[in-house]
Ligand binder design. Structure first.
Ligand code: GTP
Ligand code: ZN
Ligand code: ZN
Length: 245
Protein backbone atom coordinates (compact mmCIF):
# COMPACT_ATOMS: atom_id res chain seq x y z
CA UNK A 1 0.00 0.00 0.00
CA UNK A 2 1.26 3.44 -0.92
CA UNK A 3 1.53 5.88 1.98
CA UNK A 4 1.24 9.05 -0.03
CA UNK A 5 -0.14 8.65 -3.52
CA UNK A 6 -3.71 7.66 -2.74
CA UNK A 7 -3.58 4.00 -3.75
CA UNK A 8 -4.71 2.76 -0.30
CA UNK A 9 -7.59 0.27 -0.05
CA UNK A 10 -11.08 1.78 0.49
CA UNK A 11 -11.85 2.87 4.06
CA UNK A 12 -14.80 1.31 5.93
CA UNK A 13 -18.14 3.17 5.70
CA UNK A 14 -18.99 5.60 8.55
CA UNK A 15 -22.11 7.54 9.44
CA UNK A 16 -21.04 11.20 9.26
CA UNK A 17 -20.84 12.88 5.89
CA UNK A 18 -17.96 14.78 4.31
CA UNK A 19 -16.60 15.15 0.85
CA UNK A 20 -13.95 12.45 0.53
CA UNK A 21 -13.58 12.80 -3.23
CA UNK A 22 -12.79 16.52 -3.37
CA UNK A 23 -10.46 16.30 -0.35
CA UNK A 24 -8.54 13.47 -2.01
CA UNK A 25 -8.21 15.50 -5.23
CA UNK A 26 -6.94 18.53 -3.26
CA UNK A 27 -4.34 16.47 -1.40
CA UNK A 28 -3.19 14.89 -4.67
CA UNK A 29 -2.96 18.28 -6.37
CA UNK A 30 -0.85 19.68 -3.52
CA UNK A 31 1.36 16.60 -3.50
CA UNK A 32 1.93 16.69 -7.24
CA UNK A 33 2.50 20.47 -7.27
CA UNK A 34 5.13 20.11 -4.55
CA UNK A 35 6.70 17.22 -6.46
CA UNK A 36 6.76 19.31 -9.63
CA UNK A 37 8.62 22.14 -7.90
CA UNK A 38 11.24 19.73 -6.59
CA UNK A 39 11.50 18.03 -9.99
CA UNK A 40 12.24 21.42 -11.59
CA UNK A 41 15.02 21.97 -9.03
CA UNK A 42 16.46 18.52 -9.83
CA UNK A 43 16.24 19.28 -13.56
CA UNK A 44 18.14 22.55 -13.11
CA UNK A 45 20.87 20.81 -11.12
CA UNK A 46 21.13 18.00 -13.72
CA UNK A 47 21.31 20.56 -16.54
CA UNK A 48 24.17 22.36 -14.78
CA UNK A 49 26.10 19.07 -15.03
CA UNK A 50 25.01 18.42 -18.66
CA UNK A 51 23.59 15.12 -17.44
CA UNK A 52 21.30 13.00 -19.60
CA UNK A 53 18.83 11.60 -17.09
CA UNK A 54 16.59 8.57 -17.59
CA UNK A 55 13.84 7.22 -15.34
CA UNK A 56 13.41 3.47 -15.92
CA UNK A 57 9.86 2.37 -15.16
CA UNK A 58 8.16 -1.01 -15.46
CA UNK A 59 6.34 -3.73 -13.58
CA UNK A 60 8.52 -5.80 -11.21
CA UNK A 61 10.92 -8.18 -12.92
CA UNK A 62 10.76 -6.86 -16.50
CA UNK A 63 14.55 -6.65 -16.52
CA UNK A 64 15.44 -3.05 -15.60
CA UNK A 65 18.48 -4.00 -13.52
CA UNK A 66 19.56 -6.65 -16.04
CA UNK A 67 19.42 -4.09 -18.88
CA UNK A 68 21.45 -1.68 -16.76
CA UNK A 69 24.04 -4.32 -15.85
CA UNK A 70 24.66 -5.17 -19.49
CA UNK A 71 24.56 -1.53 -20.64
CA UNK A 72 27.06 -0.36 -18.01
CA UNK A 73 29.37 -3.25 -18.86
CA UNK A 74 29.18 -2.88 -22.65
CA UNK A 75 29.58 0.92 -22.62
CA UNK A 76 32.37 1.02 -20.05
CA UNK A 77 35.00 3.52 -21.20
CA UNK A 78 32.60 5.04 -23.76
CA UNK A 79 29.91 6.65 -21.62
CA UNK A 80 30.18 7.25 -17.88
CA UNK A 81 27.15 6.37 -15.81
CA UNK A 82 25.94 7.00 -12.33
CA UNK A 83 22.96 5.08 -10.99
CA UNK A 84 20.20 5.63 -8.46
CA UNK A 85 18.34 2.45 -7.52
CA UNK A 86 14.82 2.64 -6.13
CA UNK A 87 13.19 -0.30 -4.35
CA UNK A 88 10.83 -0.69 -1.42
CA UNK A 89 13.35 -2.84 0.45
CA UNK A 90 16.83 -4.40 0.00
CA UNK A 91 19.93 -3.13 -1.72
CA UNK A 92 20.13 -6.17 -4.02
CA UNK A 93 19.91 -4.09 -7.20
CA UNK A 94 22.54 -1.60 -6.00
CA UNK A 95 24.90 -4.50 -5.30
CA UNK A 96 24.35 -5.85 -8.83
CA UNK A 97 25.10 -2.42 -10.30
CA UNK A 98 28.14 -1.90 -8.04
CA UNK A 99 29.55 -5.18 -9.38
CA UNK A 100 29.81 -3.54 -12.83
CA UNK A 101 32.07 -0.85 -11.32
CA UNK A 102 29.57 2.01 -11.76
CA UNK A 103 28.84 4.42 -8.90
CA UNK A 104 25.43 3.67 -7.41
CA UNK A 105 23.16 4.63 -4.54
CA UNK A 106 20.13 2.74 -3.27
CA UNK A 107 17.00 4.55 -2.13
CA UNK A 108 14.49 2.45 -0.18
CA UNK A 109 10.94 3.78 -0.32
CA UNK A 110 9.61 1.56 2.50
CA UNK A 111 5.84 1.45 2.04
CA UNK A 112 6.00 3.88 -0.89
CA UNK A 113 5.39 2.44 -4.34
CA UNK A 114 7.37 4.97 -6.41
CA UNK A 115 10.29 7.38 -6.24
CA UNK A 116 9.46 11.06 -5.98
CA UNK A 117 11.52 14.15 -6.78
CA UNK A 118 12.38 14.74 -3.12
CA UNK A 119 13.87 11.25 -2.72
CA UNK A 120 15.85 11.69 -5.93
CA UNK A 121 17.15 15.13 -4.93
CA UNK A 122 18.55 13.67 -1.71
CA UNK A 123 19.47 10.33 -3.30
CA UNK A 124 21.93 11.91 -5.73
CA UNK A 125 23.66 13.97 -3.03
CA UNK A 126 26.39 11.35 -2.59
CA UNK A 127 26.94 10.84 -6.33
CA UNK A 128 29.51 12.73 -8.41
CA UNK A 129 27.13 14.10 -11.05
CA UNK A 130 29.84 16.22 -12.67
CA UNK A 131 31.78 13.06 -13.57
CA UNK A 132 28.86 11.33 -15.32
CA UNK A 133 27.29 11.57 -18.78
CA UNK A 134 24.13 9.68 -17.84
CA UNK A 135 22.18 9.35 -14.61
CA UNK A 136 20.07 6.20 -14.68
CA UNK A 137 17.26 6.14 -12.15
CA UNK A 138 15.68 2.71 -11.71
CA UNK A 139 12.21 3.29 -10.28
CA UNK A 140 10.27 0.91 -8.03
CA UNK A 141 8.71 -1.91 -10.08
CA UNK A 142 5.14 -0.64 -10.52
CA UNK A 143 3.30 0.22 -13.74
CA UNK A 144 0.92 2.70 -12.08
CA UNK A 145 2.20 5.31 -9.59
CA UNK A 146 5.65 6.16 -11.07
CA UNK A 147 3.84 7.51 -14.16
CA UNK A 148 2.54 10.49 -12.16
CA UNK A 149 5.83 11.59 -10.61
CA UNK A 150 8.30 13.76 -12.51
CA UNK A 151 11.77 13.22 -11.03
CA UNK A 152 13.51 15.84 -13.17
CA UNK A 153 14.44 13.28 -15.84
CA UNK A 154 14.82 13.91 -19.57
CA UNK A 155 12.79 10.80 -20.43
CA UNK A 156 10.83 8.05 -18.82
CA UNK A 157 11.83 4.74 -20.39
CA UNK A 158 9.16 2.05 -20.00
CA UNK A 159 10.45 -1.52 -20.02
CA UNK A 160 7.91 -4.20 -20.95
CA UNK A 161 8.99 -7.82 -21.10
CA UNK A 162 7.35 -10.27 -23.46
CA UNK A 163 6.24 -12.50 -20.58
CA UNK A 164 3.82 -9.79 -19.38
CA UNK A 165 1.35 -9.88 -22.29
CA UNK A 166 0.94 -7.51 -25.23
CA UNK A 167 -2.08 -5.72 -23.77
CA UNK A 168 -0.19 -3.87 -21.00
CA UNK A 169 0.02 -0.51 -22.84
CA UNK A 170 -3.79 -0.48 -23.03
CA UNK A 171 -4.27 -1.57 -19.41
CA UNK A 172 -1.74 0.91 -17.99
CA UNK A 173 -1.99 3.74 -20.54
CA UNK A 174 -0.69 6.49 -18.23
CA UNK A 175 2.73 4.88 -18.04
CA UNK A 176 3.05 4.44 -21.79
CA UNK A 177 1.77 7.98 -22.38
CA UNK A 178 4.39 9.34 -19.98
CA UNK A 179 7.25 7.39 -21.58
CA UNK A 180 9.18 8.56 -24.64
CA UNK A 181 10.79 5.17 -25.22
CA UNK A 182 9.52 1.63 -24.70
CA UNK A 183 12.00 -1.22 -24.48
CA UNK A 184 10.40 -4.59 -25.23
CA UNK A 185 12.75 -6.89 -23.31
CA UNK A 186 13.34 -10.67 -23.21
CA UNK A 187 12.70 -11.17 -26.95
CA UNK A 188 14.91 -14.29 -26.68
CA UNK A 189 11.82 -15.91 -25.07
CA UNK A 190 9.46 -15.16 -28.00
CA UNK A 191 9.69 -18.68 -29.49
CA UNK A 192 8.28 -20.11 -26.25
CA UNK A 193 5.42 -17.65 -25.74
CA UNK A 194 2.23 -16.44 -27.32
CA UNK A 195 3.11 -12.76 -27.40
CA UNK A 196 1.93 -10.64 -30.33
CA UNK A 197 4.84 -8.19 -30.63
CA UNK A 198 3.31 -6.21 -33.53
CA UNK A 199 0.05 -5.99 -31.57
CA UNK A 200 1.99 -4.76 -28.52
CA UNK A 201 3.65 -2.02 -30.55
CA UNK A 202 0.30 -1.00 -32.06
CA UNK A 203 -1.25 -0.77 -28.57
CA UNK A 204 1.64 1.39 -27.33
CA UNK A 205 1.27 3.72 -30.33
CA UNK A 206 -2.48 3.82 -29.78
CA UNK A 207 -1.95 5.41 -26.35
CA UNK A 208 1.17 7.37 -27.40
CA UNK A 209 1.65 7.89 -31.16
CA UNK A 210 5.10 9.47 -30.57
CA UNK A 211 6.59 6.64 -28.50
CA UNK A 212 9.83 5.15 -29.80
CA UNK A 213 10.10 1.39 -29.48
CA UNK A 214 13.18 -0.84 -29.33
CA UNK A 215 12.95 -4.64 -29.15
CA UNK A 216 15.83 -6.22 -27.30
CA UNK A 217 17.13 -8.99 -25.11
CA UNK A 218 19.79 -8.15 -22.58
CA UNK A 219 20.50 -11.89 -22.35
CA UNK A 220 21.16 -12.56 -26.05
CA UNK A 221 22.30 -9.00 -26.81
CA UNK A 222 19.84 -8.61 -29.72
CA UNK A 223 18.71 -5.01 -30.13
CA UNK A 224 21.16 -3.64 -27.56
CA UNK A 225 23.07 -1.65 -30.20
CA UNK A 226 19.95 0.32 -31.09
CA UNK A 227 19.48 1.15 -27.39
CA UNK A 228 23.13 2.19 -27.09
CA UNK A 229 22.80 4.40 -30.19
CA UNK A 230 19.75 6.05 -28.63
CA UNK A 231 21.74 6.69 -25.40
CA UNK A 232 24.72 8.09 -27.32
CA UNK A 233 22.43 10.43 -29.30
CA UNK A 234 20.87 11.60 -26.04
CA UNK A 235 24.26 12.40 -24.49
CA UNK A 236 25.41 14.20 -27.65
CA UNK A 237 22.16 16.19 -27.80
CA UNK A 238 22.55 17.29 -24.20
CA UNK A 239 26.11 18.52 -24.80
CA UNK A 240 25.05 20.39 -27.97
CA UNK A 241 22.15 21.97 -26.13
CA UNK A 242 24.34 23.17 -23.29
CA UNK A 243 27.12 24.47 -25.57
CA UNK A 244 24.57 26.46 -27.61
CA UNK A 245 23.27 28.33 -24.55
N1 GTP B 1 15.22 -14.65 -20.80
C1 GTP B 1 15.49 -13.41 -20.35
N2 GTP B 1 15.41 -13.15 -19.04
C2 GTP B 1 15.71 -11.89 -18.63
C3 GTP B 1 16.10 -10.87 -19.53
N3 GTP B 1 16.29 -9.73 -18.82
C4 GTP B 1 16.06 -10.03 -17.53
N4 GTP B 1 15.73 -11.35 -17.41
C5 GTP B 1 15.43 -12.06 -16.17
O1 GTP B 1 14.28 -11.47 -15.57
C6 GTP B 1 14.38 -11.54 -14.14
C7 GTP B 1 14.16 -10.17 -13.53
O2 GTP B 1 15.20 -9.30 -13.95
P1 GTP B 1 15.60 -7.99 -13.15
O3 GTP B 1 16.67 -7.33 -13.96
O4 GTP B 1 15.88 -8.27 -11.73
O5 GTP B 1 14.23 -7.16 -13.25
P2 GTP B 1 13.88 -5.73 -12.60
O6 GTP B 1 12.94 -5.06 -13.56
O7 GTP B 1 15.12 -5.00 -12.28
O8 GTP B 1 13.11 -6.16 -11.29
P3 GTP B 1 12.64 -5.21 -10.03
O9 GTP B 1 13.77 -4.28 -9.71
O10 GTP B 1 12.36 -6.21 -8.95
O11 GTP B 1 11.41 -4.51 -10.51
C8 GTP B 1 15.77 -12.11 -13.84
O12 GTP B 1 15.64 -13.50 -13.57
C9 GTP B 1 16.54 -11.89 -15.14
O13 GTP B 1 17.57 -12.83 -15.36
C10 GTP B 1 16.18 -11.19 -20.94
O14 GTP B 1 16.50 -10.37 -21.80
N5 GTP B 1 15.85 -12.47 -21.27
ZN1 ZN C 1 0.70 4.12 -5.07
ZN1 ZN D 1 15.68 -4.06 -10.48
Amino acid sequence: MCTDCGCAPPQPEHDHKHDHASRKIRVEENLLAKNQRLAMANRASFAAHQLFVLNLVSSPGSGKTSILERTLTDLKGKISFTVLEGDQQTDNDAERIAATGAPVKQVNTGAGCHLDAHMVGHGVEGLDLAAADILMIENVGNLVCPASFDLGEDHKVAVLSVTEGEDKPLKYPQMFQAADLMLINKIDLLPYLRFDIEGCKAFARQVNPQIKIIELSCHSGDGMTEWYDWLKAGVAGKRRLVSSL
